[in-house]
Design a protein around this ligand. Sequence first.
Ligand code: GTP
Ligand code: MG
Length: 201
Amino acid sequence: RIKSVEFAGAIGQLGQQAPESARGMPQVAFSGRSNVGKSSLINRLLGRTRTAIARVSQSPGKTQEINFYRVRADLGDFFLVDLPGYGYAKAPLALQKKWESVIAEFLTAKTDLVGMVQLIDLRTGPTADDLRSVDYLAQLEIPVLFAFTKSDKLSLMKRQEQFRSAVQKLGIDPDQAIPFSALNGEGTQQLLDTLGELLFP
Ligand code: GTP
Ligand code: MG
């Protein structure tokens, strides 16, 4: 159970460190294509459906910094880390490259990172960019969970089909993947429980 949440700070440039309060604290980060629903998922997990804490936008490229949210929960304190999305082709190349290196610096340091949630749009399934991200996280040996987002946008039949196909393309165990909707809350409790096990084993 989550008791409170606050914005703790951000990393905006290479060489910048995680906010002081986040250092030495367990962190979980969220990776995915721009517009896949990372910030929306974080708001939903934190129960911030009416007053968003992570900024959300219809146009991709909204999150421009690595944002840290401090969460106080029954089991203890931890941090959720919202990353800028990848694969936004319209962003200037120099900016895309900058973000790649800022994210890479944070992930390779992986000091306090206990795991990642990789988001995949359930309607499209994993894209080439998603598969590259998954490979990269595997190389870094970071434990990864999968959230298949925007499940509310599919019919029941289509979702099952898309779920099976995505699991197969990713080569993962179906237990590692959670269908998720920031709109209706599907998958929220399951993701919170799984993160709880990861954060407080
Ligand atoms: P960047 O910050 O650009 O990387 O994007 P993001 O991954 O943080 O996406 P964001 O949460 O800003 O959501 C993008 C758009 O998708 C917004 O218009 C959201 O309202 C919408 N959206 C996100 N999750 C869901 C969902 O589960 N269902 C539906 N129907 N829409 C969603
Ligand atoms: Mg965002």
